[in-house]
Design a protein. Structure first.
Length: 283
């Protein structure tokens, strides 16, 4: 359950929808909801101000509107989101504008986070999202889908020319072992997440050459309400979120819960609030 939710707002339709989502979470958990008016400034300067407010207010969630790709406001929101993900430990929930249907005939669940998809990898850092997921889920109601996508590298031309039956058999056995190990790891992870969230947790393992595409297809197939995952970087750039995360944000049009692993050091520049409007360069 959340205690204090922080939401930067402006006069856009995207911010209005994000405010409704944040308000619903605050009402559900009895949490304090604080809105911060976004001011005209360089995106990362505004993001640092938001990050500082989150720390001072001891917020445990930041909700940020994510306008549709292609709008000028989406560029600003993306820069703010990039910075917040890279420089603060507070989980970030990015809420898109009313999304277009993902595919014909699919009815999307209401924004009550009834089904949450949690992609993880073999790293311990990827499981640092479990705490925020437990807070986002409706205890005893939500269903959590724990997903591990094992990336299958494309064979090189040299390998194809040299391949034979025995090598192919060894590769197949190695992949079967990797899948079995992944299921075993997910079983323990699911028990941990179920204990934290008091929700049913199902585990899935997929082998694919395109991790992001596999996650997107899974989200569409199971009609999930949100995707939650930990980032692995500390720089305010595409690499900080990772290419997979960036693609999910761009193509899923679902609420995306992100968290930077606590082990990654905070790299805020400490620009005083009264001087924020004077800063013109951010890393």
């Amino acid at each position: 359950m959340y205690q204090h939710i922080l939401i930067p707002v402006d006069d856009s339709l995207a911010a209005d929808r994000a405010l409704r989502v944040a308000g619903g979470l605050a009402a559900r958990d009895g949490a304090t909801l604080t809105s911060l008016p976004l001011r005209a400034a360089v995106g990362c300067v505004m993001a640092e101000w938001v990050s500082r407010q989150a720390r001072e207010l001891d917020a445990d969630l930041i909700v940020l509107a994510a306008p549709r790709i292609g709008r000028l406001s989406s560029v600003f929101a993306e820069s703010v989101g990039d910075y917040l993900v890279a420089h603060t430990d507070v989980p970030l929930l990015e809420v898109p504008e009313d999304p277009r249907p993902m595919r014909p005939g699919v009815v999307r669940s209401r924004n009550d986070f009834a089904r949450i998809l949690v992609p993880v990898d073999e790293s311990a850092e990827s499981r640092t999202i479990f705490g925020p997921v437990a807070n986002l889920a409706r205890h005893g109601v939500s269903q959590i889908l724990l997903l591990r996508v094992i990336e299958q590298p494309a064979p090189s031309l040299q390998r194809l020319l040299r391949s034979n039956y025995h090598e192919a058999e060894r590769d197949e056995q190695a992949m079967q072992t990797a899948v079995a190990d992944a299921y075993e790891e997910l079983t323990h992870a699911a028990i941990d997440l179920a204990a934290r969230s008091d929700c049913d947790v199902d585990s899935y393992v997929i082998v694919s050459r395109d991790v992001a595409a596999a996650i997107l297809k899974f989200a569409w197939t199971y009609n999930v309400s949100a995707i939650a995952m930990a980032t692995h970087g500390s720089g305010a750039s595409l690499q900080s979120r990772g290419r997979v995360t960036a693609r999910l944000e761009r193509e899923s049009r679902l609420p995306l819960l992100l968290r930077r692993p606590p082990s990654a050091p905070w790299r805020g520049r400490g620009i005083p609030t009264e001087r924020a409007s004077e800063a013109i360069q951010c890393s």
